[in-house]
Ligand binder design. Structure first.
Ligand code: AGP
Length: 609
């Protein structure tokens, strides 16, 4: 969602702010703006649309100064427009600020402030915050922020520049992420780590209701009552180039190509391949408490939820435990009563997804043990969950999740395998067989990536499709859901996943001459069943593409095209089969000329409900 940057130090602020905003552009935005203290006044520039628009304004009318804040806005309250773009200020022109989040009681506050004489110029909830802090300001920024915080309901990350104290930047957060760091030339704020990496790798994650005051000399932290507190920093060892596109045309393709390495790196954290065993101390179960796990619930949003669906298969098959997977935004309001011995898994790449955080907090409040599968060290979910199983995907910049899905599924597989091992549900030789095959997966993935031209060719003929159905059974149904999401989000082609056997209970009515149906057949024991379902759509005019696990000669009769993944055990097959599906979505989007890395209306990190 919105991106925030801020800088105060010895360098020109505007180029640093713009560079930070470019790095955060992947989060999704529809307008952008900066405010810089020019030595006499706070100079503001903002514009609707792409960052390039703001950039050309700054080229025509440069702003000079060494402290400032910047913002990319993803509209929530008020349409994307110049007026609604951040920064926003107060009527008395004492401050300007940028905001990420949603102020839930903004109407009540706005009415109160209008009665006090504040004149509003935008439709945003953010301007209410600026006016509120301005109204409470009596010469001490910290007190005004702390007082305002008590009146605000909802979520916010704010960076504030006060006219009376222009070389300090004040920032404060509640339920919305923000990192701060001190580099060689000054202090920086950003909504996300990649925008900090060029300046420092030692970052501090802001906690709820904490205030940071950045100055050219350093950063001071305060609690919600404006009393000083100490906060440590976290070292981030992500490679700076990992957050850059390099020679790739799109981050999505770069990230698909990184999957073999991301998979291997993640697996190596949990598996000792040399000894052929799982690293027992990397999992959150001791031999003694494994039997206490009575039920597992997995939650996540979008792709993370789809990884959770694979996790559901893994835990029930390998650990023989009752498992449910739920969409976090539904689960948080489900009025669900946890059972004794139940564990909640929270799957999230960013660790900042609002619904997943809320569901996790609900479980924690009920005394339920929470285990996160997360990619970002120091993120809210990683900090608050009882245990974290990290994925080692590196920064994922494209809005479409690719390597995060794969690594989440890998971690869930290994966690299920470990639980199955210590509960005695998976025999030691079966564990070793899994690990032996797991070590071969990156090479199989690489082969699929190397042979991607066939997928590009197919896409060049099919990109005008209006509807695509992905069908499969069991694990392939879970995989189909991710394949369909990938295609729709990047290519804007309507696509649906359907349990293959369920089609004829209604949905088959949609099949007409030329409808593209993709049948995923990685589960050999279900292949004949899915083949019958492919035949049902083929005879009704569908164009059928099958993705098979190794050669399956019998399938060819039921489809026009077959893509084959290297033969892989059924539980591990999704790690290979997802790659052609991601590549297919990518090439369809490229053919259609879509904005692959930043699809319309989408944001990378969904930090509001
Ligand atoms: C999928 O490609 C999307 N980026 C989206 O569905 C994403 O997986 C979802 O918003 C959850 O994000 P998270 O993993 O950061 O929690």
């Amino acid at each position: 969602m919105c991106g925030i940057v801020g800088y105060t130090g010895s360098k020109e602020a505007a180029p640093i702010l713009m560079e930070g905003l470019e790095t955060l552009a992947y989060r999704g935005y529809d307008s952008a703006g900066v405010a810089v203290w020019d030595g006499e006044k706070i100079e503001m520039k903002k514009e609707k649309g792409q960052l390039a628009n703001l950039k050309s304004i700054l080229e025509r009318e440069p702003v000079h100064g060494t402290s400032g804040i910047g913002h990319t806005r993803w509209a929530t309250h008020g349409e994307p427009s110049y007026i609604n773009s951040h920064p926003h200020g107060d009527t008395k022109k004492q401050l300007v600020l940028v905001h990420n989040g949603i102020i839930e009681n903004y109407l009540k506050l706005k009415n109160m402030l209008v009665e006090k004489g504040c004149v509003f110029v935008s439709d945003t909830d953010t301007e209410v915050v600026a006016q509120l802090i301005g109204d409470l300001y009596r010469g001490d920024p910290l007190t005004a922020i702390s007082d305002a915080m008590r009146l605000l309901e909802g979520s916010f990350a704010l960076a504030i520049l006060f006219r009376d104290d222009p070389y300090r930047i004040y920032c404060v957060c509640k339920d919305s992420p923000m990192v701060v760091g001190y580099g060689r030339d000054g202090a920086h704020i950003a909504s996300d780590i990649p925008a900090m990496l060029a300046y420092t790798r030692d970052v501090t994650f802001m906690g709820d209701k904490q205030i940071a005051v950045l100055s050219p000399e350093g950063i001071a932290f305060y609690n919600e009552f404006a009393a000083p507190i100490d906060k440590g920093s976290t070292h981030i060892d992500w490679d700076l180039d990992a957050a850059k596109k390099g020679s790739y045309e799109h981050f999505m393709m770069k990230e698909i190509c990184e999957e073999p390495v991301a998979f291997r790196k993640t697996a190596e954290q949990y598996v000792n391949f040399r000894r052929g065993c799982l690293k027992a101390d990397c999992f959150p179960w001791a031999d003694s408490d494994a039997e206490d796990v009575k039920r597992i619930r997995i939650i996540g949003c979008g792709t993370a939820y789809h990884a959770g669906l694979l996790g559901k298969k893994y835990f029930s098959e390998l650990a023989r435990i009752p498992v449910e997977a739920d969409i976090a935004s539904e689960f948080r309001y489900a009025d669900y009563e946890f059972e004794p011995g139940e564990i909640l898994f929270i799957i999230s790449q960013s660790g900042e997804t609002a619904d997943s955080i809320a569901a996790m907090r609900m479980a924690k409040q009920a005394g339920v043990r929470t285990i996160a599968v997360c990619n970002v060290i120091g993120s809210t979910i990683a900090r608050e969950a009882d245990d974290v199983l990290f994925t080692y995907a590196g920064p994922e910049i494209a809005v479409a999740a690719t390597k995060s899905y794969l690594t989440q599924a890998a971690v869930l597989f290994l966690a299920a395998l470990r639980l199955g091992e210590i509960r005695g549900r998976v025999a030691p030789d079966r564990v070793s067989a899994f690990l032996t095959e797991l070590a071969e997966i990156p090479a199989r993935m690489q082969k699929l990536i190397d042979e991607r031209e066939a997928i590009q060719f197919f896409s060049s003929r099919e990109f005008s499709a209006k509807h695509v159905f992905f069908i499969g059974r069991g694990i392939d149904n879970a995989l189909s859901m991710e394949a369909a999401l990938k295609l729709k989000e990047v290519s804007y082609i309507h696509s649906e996943a359907y349990a293959a056997g369920e089609l004829k209970h209604g949905t088959i009515a949609l099949i007409e001459e030329g409808t593209l149906v993709v049948g995923l057949i990685t589960q050999k024991h279900l292949a004949a069943k899915t083949a019958s379902n492919l035949e049902e759509v083929r005879v009704r005019g569908a164009k059928v593409l099958a993705v098979t696990n190794g050669e399956m000669p019998d399938i060819a009769d039921h489809c026009q095209k077959v893509w084959t993944i290297p033969e892989t055990g059924e539980l591990l097959a999704p790690f290979c089969a997802i790659i052609p599906m991601q590549l297919f979505a990518y090439y369809m989007a490229v053919q259609k000329g879509c904005s692959v890395d930043k699809p319309r209306n989408l944001a990378k990190s969904v930090t509001v409900e």
